[in-house]
Design a protein around this ligand. Sequence first.
Ligand code: NG6
Ligand code: CA
Length: 513
Amino acid sequence: MYNSKKYIGSFLFTILLFLTACMPQTRDKEIKPNIIILYLDDLGYGDLSCYGATEINTPNIDKLANGGVRFTQGYATSATCTPSRYGMLTGEYPWRNSNARILPGSAPLIIDTNRVTLPKMMKKAGYHTGVVGKWHLGLGDGNLDWNGEVTPGPNQVGFDYSVIMAATQDRVPTIYIENGYGVGLDKNDPIQVNYKKNFEREPTGKDNPELTTMKWHHGHNNSIVNGIPRIGFMKGGKSAYWSDVDIADYFLNKAKNYIHKHKNQPFFLYYAMQQPHVPRTPHPRFVGKSGMGPRGDVLLEADWCIGELIKTLEDEGILENTLIVFSSDNGPVLNDGYNDEAVAKLGKHTPAGVLRGGKYSLLEAGTRVPFFTYWKGKIEPKVSDAMVCQIDLMSSLGALLGQEVPQSDSQNMLDVLLGKSELGRENLVIEAKRNKAYRKDNWVLIPPYPKRPSIQTNVNIETGCDSVYQLYNLKEDLEQKHNLATIYPEKLAELIAEFKLVIKKKPLKEESK
Ligand code: NG6
Ligand code: CA
């Protein structure tokens, strides 16, 4: 009797050992949460109900923001897309790289493939890495054939998996590229892209307005795809053209599949959504739902997508083991080149909240964006006034995972991001169209720059450029109404000197494969 009990016991023990060995890759849940960056395009500081919007309701995003650390002073590095993304993925201020400016769809990759990047660091920490959505950091090395392997690209700078649009929804080529290959291309109809001149007999928005269903306002009058005139010329590749109203669903499904596939190992997913960038093409399910025209409708669509993504994490039982970072690449813009009623139907909505400026601007609304972290059960909900920047994700996530990060402009803000500290950045250099401004404590210094008209057509967008120094105290004047430069000459001189030092100091670049 005693012996058989012992026998059963050791038999069960052997089965247990066997089952443990068969279990999917073990993971240290404490140290290696999945990490998802939810990154919107041109979403403004005042565009979400959790950031005070009253005319639009974003319940799915709010749930995360209100359940995590919601930053009131979270920044993109730049007031446009390419540089902000460059900063976030490299940890380097984008103005240090002369190529980090709004890129055409034909631009070569601007991230050095030898550089340590955020996804490369995650890989080194044992993560599977994926990017789904808008890329806009260039592809190829200058001589790209879109019909062959599109490389170098995301897969060469640290992403194991990629499914992307090359640049923006308003730029050609209007095709998806998955792991370096155009999706659905037909070799009998090769695709060609040119940003300088049109292909013979190809219609354009400028010459063939009768073929357009969305009307261009400024720029955006080259090749027409799905009735939408774009930036850049394209010929062929028709079988691969995306359907604009389905882009959100397409990328959402790719993101969901990525999660299903990699749920048993630590993963890093950069989900770069295209809303509310132009052209705003909500799926018919969302058309008219916001009462604000397409811009409001795509915001509702984005909120829905995020809700679906969270459901996926819940269904897989991994929400508690996933750290989510949410932000936007730059501030809001209404008329960004198409007549899409964004201005006419705005009503009382204030995309920038109380901030001044917007996309393209050195003023606060250009770079101060919605920014929050969420980690169910790990992060206590709170609102934080600490200053953080997307550039800090590299050092902060490196600290979380015990990874060494080469010295760069990125600062370790892990405790701030996890809500354990209020000690944010002391200073930050922000950038808009290659012009820089300096934030120190509550002060902002904007050096003189040739006054550019506020991109004439962009209603309410001020670039922040002026022929004189501007100095603002954000604590007393968040709306940047009072230039204090002549009232506090000593403060001005102090900040000018500091700013010069900060931008001169080159971080050490450690190159490694
Ligand atoms: C501008 C485009 C604008 C948008 C922007 C990039 C014109 C007139 N304007 O040049 O529509 O595409 O580039 O936006 O062409 S970003 O968010 O990707 O930086
Ligand atoms: Ca953008």
